[in-house]
Design a protein around this ligand. Sequence first.
Ligand code: SF4
Length: 451
Amino acid sequence: MALTALDIYKLLPKTNCAECGFPTCLAFAMQLATKKVAIDACPYVSEEAKASLAGAAAPPIRLVTLGPPDRRIQLGKETVLFRHEETFYHPPALAVRVSVDGAPGGLEAALDAIDKLAFERVGQQLRVEMAALDDRGAGPEAFAAAASAATGRKLALVLMSDDPKVLEAAAAGCREAKPLLYAATAENWEVMAGVAKTTGCPLAVRGKDLDDVADLTQKLAGQGVTDLILDSGARGLSRTLADLFQIRMLALKKTFRPLGYPAMAFVAPGEHPIDPVLHGSAFICKYAGLVIFDSLEAWQAMALLTMRQNIYTDPQKPIQVEPGVHTIGAPDANSPVLVTTNFSLTYFTVEGDTEASRIPSWAVVVDTEGQSVMTAWAADKFNAETIARALETSGIAERVAHRRAIIPGGVAAISGKLEELSSWEILVGPRESAGIPQFLRTRWQQVAASN
Ligand code: SF4
């Protein structure tokens, strides 16, 4: 829990010397409590007080970094229970488990399959970024070779073995890629603490329950090992969700430091192919930092990545594209001009449907602060004035030989006023983006041919 001004005041010298720029120590404490000044502004504060304040200022959930240098993954440092309170910051990593000695078709094929779980959606690259290599008695050499092969593909790794020596041998060869070592337990935590310190890799902590995990993290922190990911030992949807919720609640609401780390969850295959998607989605929402699947097909990964992208988009900052003129295909001076908003989901839907028409086109994207067509229209951000301004200032007039623009059918009511305000003939397009191909092949072609 954050310290109050009074808590902070108790740690200050209380001499009111004003050298910090504030007339009294209490005034300084009040500024410090709201993080408007740094403790260093007081030259007389003791080292003990500084340490106490630094501890209180640490995030309630530690930020843990793993993965290769050019694909680093950050987990944790979340600040709220509910996305609408602020936002969620660090999307959970998704991993697929690979048995080193028994991957169907071999290790390379299994890693290839994970590599291919990558998609583009609304202008962002989404991917399953981790392979969880499971040593099933493969031995130190085979396991280290597997880790090396996976690192060469720039996959982030979880190295899973019951034998600390096997983990150490594999991690030593790929420590630059910061694999997650799985796992420290009540039986091996001292040895695993040594491996984590030697290799500089983050460490998973597996307990029998949350008390066990909290006990282990305190012991490990006492050894200086603090880049930890928590596995409560729960398996199955309801038990895992309950533990993930407890961990997040205790970390945020009680500032319970022993559980103030990102947590992980495992997803079993389930009875139906949709089960891993449903369970994984639940863990993405509440509150996993890492989810490990036994296997994932492309359609399952796409659903999970879409869910993750939506949940980890700042609700107050929709994903946006640049306002201005965009090309769809290779348009020329006679190509159609479509007007839309800069909400990414809207723009990329329009782009996809226009591509499907096979008629190269121009898109004039109006700055609606990331709102969709009807939302922006209702908010008066996508109206005759803003569209007329975009048509006049975007430079589209220099790129086409005609003066015809197509607006979405949902805002047909503004077409007359828009024609008055601009020097453009306004064509009312379909209400739904899916109607664009038909519209361009028929209505647009008729209008273009009438010249
Ligand atoms: S410099 Fe330190 S001791 Fe002096 S008034 Fe500010 S907080 Fe108090």
